[in-house]
Design a protein around this ligand. Structure first.
Ligand code: SF4
Ligand code: SF4
Length: 376
């Protein structure tokens, strides 16, 4: 088998002319946009719209990248739509705040239906044989996925593989966390989802990525590159290299390679040099503190846990709303909404949805003492 090609293109800023030139070069390095879209095909552009967030917060795919990719693909004669199902809130609200909806309007690209889902069968699934997928994703002839490079509490990094989770509509995403609280099984599910959806191309926005308390509450980190590939495993493995993170610690990559989604090792890099940022703030702890902690005791003693920084909490209740566990594993004490919510670590499955969605960056993740000792 030939190696997976990944094109790296330096792009220092989100200035339109610079991004347009970088995107055109990225497509050229992979053989041109016509390899990924054809006249008459309906192509879904799938940015990362995790939650309604302004472009400079580095939570969502930047609209300049969305715009440049859209224009390259539109020139092939394909008809484009866009969509994503955020972790909290609706597609249009998130798209507007991220600046993607305005660009799409300007280019005449309609929004796809991500509010409704349809059950599909996937007998080839290693773990999941049936998915409920957004109608807008099912109606497309092909997907071009536009992930953002960020840190993530559960999977350490989020990039190409995880971006397809937004093709699961609404709160159904939370069900996967309760059904497979273990990061290995959750990652296997994500790999199955990618094997079902098979996006034609991934263009990763790593011009300004996110480090620290990602994927929402972290800090923007300038990296200055765009990555292009048909292989989500290869592109995520290079995303890890940027973060100086061992890809063997990222379960989505490990499972992706094991199940034949792509390759993390047999990669042909073309284009520019990949930056490696050794001081990138990401979880590099050994797998023993995160992998295979299926038992509640193991999780309780070892797995990193979310905690609320009281001074930052505005009592908005988002963490309570998104917690997929019933009864909730984070809730207002005695139902009093004027008080800071509290975690019940006995019930908490460590999915980190509360940390992911807190709008005030008030939830951080810390490893308990025993987990910290095992790291040494
Ligand atoms: S989501 Fe954040 S700010 Fe809102 S109640 Fe929870 S911890 Fe507080
Ligand atoms: S409290 Fe947070 S980490 Fe725990 S189960 Fe609920 S959303 Fe997930």
């Amino acid at each position: 088998m030939s190696p997976s090609r990944v094109a790296i293109v330096t792009c220092a800023t989100y200035e339109r002319a610079e991004v347009d030139a970088a995107v055109a070069r990225g497509f050229a390095l992979l053989g041109g946009a016509s390899r990924f879209a054809r006249t008459g095909e309906r192509i879904l552009l799938k940015p990362n719209l995790l939650v309604a967030s302004a472009p400079d917060s580095a939570v969502t795919t930047h609209p300049a990248v969305f715009s440049a990719v859209a224009r390259e693909l539109a020139a092939t004669g394909a008809s484009l739509v866009w969509g994503d199902s955020p972790g909290f809130g609706g597609t249009l609200g998130a798209g507007k705040r991220a600046g993607v909806a305005a660009v799409a309007d300007e280019l005449g690209i309609p929004v796809a239906d991500f509010g409704h889902g349809r059950e599909v069968s996937f007998p080839e699934g290693a773990l999941i044989k049936r998915f409920t997928i957004a109608e807008g994703a099912l109606a497309a002839d092909g997907i071009v996925s536009l992930p953002k490079l960020k840190t993530h509490a559960l999977t350490r990094m989020t990039g190409a593989i995880k971006n397809q989770f937004g093709c699961i509509p609404g709160m159904l995403k939370g069900e996967f966390h309760t059904r497979m609280p273990d990061v290995t099984r959750f990652s296997r599910m994500l790999v199955d989802l990618n094997r079902f959806l098979r996006p034609h191309l991934f263009v990763m926005d790593a011009i300004v990525a996110m480090e620290g308390n990602g994927p929402r509450g972290g800090d923007p980190r300038h990296v200055g590159v765009l990555l292009f590939s048909e292989d989500p495993v290869a592109i995520d493995a290079l995303g890890c290299r940027i973060m100086a993170l061992d890809p063997a610690l990222v379960e989505t990559i490990v499972e992706g390679e094991r199940l034949g989604l792509g390759s993390a090792s047999d990669i042909e890099v073309v284009g520019d040099e990949l930056p490696v940022l050794t001081d990138y703030r990401v979880n590099r702890a050994p797998a023993s503190t995160t992998r295979g902690l299926g038992s509640s005791l193991g999780k309780r003693l070892l797995a990193p846990r979310p905690f609320i920084v009281h001074e930052r909490c505005t009592r908005c209740g988002t963490c309570v709303a998104v917690c997929p566990v019933e009864p909730k594993a984070v809730d207002f004490p005695e139902g009093e909404k004027s008080r800071v919510p509290e975690h019940d670590y006995g019930r908490c499955i460590r999915c980190y949805c509360c940390q992911e969605m807190c709008p005030e960056r008030a939830i951080e993740v810390k490893t308990p003492l025993l987990g910290r000792l095992i790291r040494r």
